[in-house]
Design a protein around this ligand. Structure first.
Ligand SMILES: [Cu+2]
Length: 120
C-alpha cells in the first residue's frame, strides 16, 4: 500500500477472512522530507505506524471479529489529512468473498494548492 497526500492506495480492501494474518506494507511516496504519514486500523487493538518519506513500514494484523474496519492516517500531513482513510472488510472464515482492493470511486476534490498529487 502506498501513502501520499492525501490518500492510501488501495483504500478499499475486501476479502480478508477470519483466521487470516494480514501484513500491511505501507510505503510513503512523499518527496518532501517533512511529510510523514501514519497508518492505523480503528478497532484493530494494534499499534500504529509512522512512515517517513521514502520508507516502508509493516503492520501485522490478525482480525478478531468480522466487520468493516476504517483505516486512517495518524499523522497530520496536509489540509486533506482527514480524507486520508479507507476501509477493510473482514468476512467470516470460509466466506465466498474474493480478495480485492481498489481506490474509492468518489475522490474528494483537492482544495490544497500545495497538493499536486491529485490527477487533474
Ligand atoms: Cu497522511
Amino acid at each position: 500500500m502506498t501513502a501520499i497526500r492525501s490518500h492510501f492506495n488501495p483504500d478499499n480492501i475486501e476479502g480478508v477472512k477470519m483466521g487470516d494474518v494480514v501484513y500491511f506494507h505501507v510505503t510513503n511516496l512523499e518527496q518532501d522530507w517533512d511529510v510523514p504519514h501514519g497508518f492505523a486500523i480503528k478497532g484493530a487493538n494494534n499499534a500504529e505506524l509512522l512512515v517517513m518519506p521514502g520508507e516502508t513500514q509493516t503492520l501485522k494484523w490478525t482480525p478478531e471479529k468480522t466487520g468493516v474496519y476504517p483505516m486512517y492516517c495518524t499523522d497530520f500531513c496536509s489540509a486533506l489529512h482527514q480524507e486520508m482513510q479507507g476501509y477493510i472488510r473482514v468476512s467470516s472464515a470460509g466466506a465466498n468473498v474474493p480478495l480485492t482492493f481498489s481506490m474509492g470511486k468518489i475522490a474528494p476534490v483537492s482544495t490544497d494548492k500545495k497538493d499536486t498529487t491529485k490527477p487533474k
